[in-house]
Design a binder for this molecule. Sequence first.
Ligand code: TRP
Length: 326
Amino acid sequence: MSGIRPTGFLHLGNYFGALRNYVRMQDAYTCYFMVADLHALTTLNETKGLKQHVRRVLAENIASGLDPDKVALYCQSHVPETSELYLFLNMLAYKGELEKTPTFKDKVRLQPNNVNAGLLTYPVLMAADILLHRATLVPVGKDQEQHLEIARDFAGRFNKRYEREVFPEPFAFNFGEELVKVPSLDGAGKMSKSENQMATIYLADDDDTIRKKIKKAKTESVADPAAPMPASIENLFQLLKLVCTPDVVSKFHADYQAGTVRYGDMKSELAEGMVSFIAPIREKAEQIQNDDSYLKKVMEQGAAKARASAAVTVELAKEAIGLIYY
Ligand code: TRP
């Protein structure tokens, strides 16, 4: 089980950090992948763009290889059982522990005038998403580790308080590999949905935008190739590895070591690799996003699968709590 917030278009970091793992999981496991539209409400002041973003994220999931016939691909708000379990879990969530969650503290800093209760209970809602399917494997990036730990705590707390093993413990999952870092083009940090759009490659970027962004990527001249590689150059190599063939990567490595590397050439090569990688996903996503009847079918079918699984869990939870009266 996993979720993506529809607060912007997806980028290369989402692809390599999340989507690619989803696609690899779909043949081996029963999967629930969800667009976290309710989570998006914790930070959105206005919801005008929500519809477009939800449809785009769904389309990008499918364009990246996710098969809605194999997995449950759904919108969080289409599964009201989520909100019901969220309410039950709120009884197990302590104000103090929620207040000290690092992501909460970050958001308080970012939006001091909108520190709403939904923001505080963000991790409870995420725990509800996961526990709703009694999921055990959650493909997420490093930044979600703490939320997952909270979900594990709630599972254990619920089972203990109501003396029934309803929820298994969920764990972060990534096929036992190092999580790939997708560095931003400005030499600092990772690609992100909102920060510095020129330094992030989106799955929706057209060919020329991709070329332009890569052309502007930060580089610095290196006097001594034997010294540690500067971060901006390492980032370029990292990106090259993601979208170009190994022989292209080794050619530029050799040039770098010989002190003859031409960053202009390296960037053109990277740009063309990136264009060939992104263009088919973008075109497919566009076509899906504009296909109203197909998207409707996907959403209905996803919600039906998710609700079937959710109904069983909510019933088990109610029985454990003692909310069955006849
Ligand atoms: N909090 C996650 C993020 O910001 C999104 C999310 C919502 C999620 N519900 C989830 C991730 C359930 C995994 C499982 O990226």
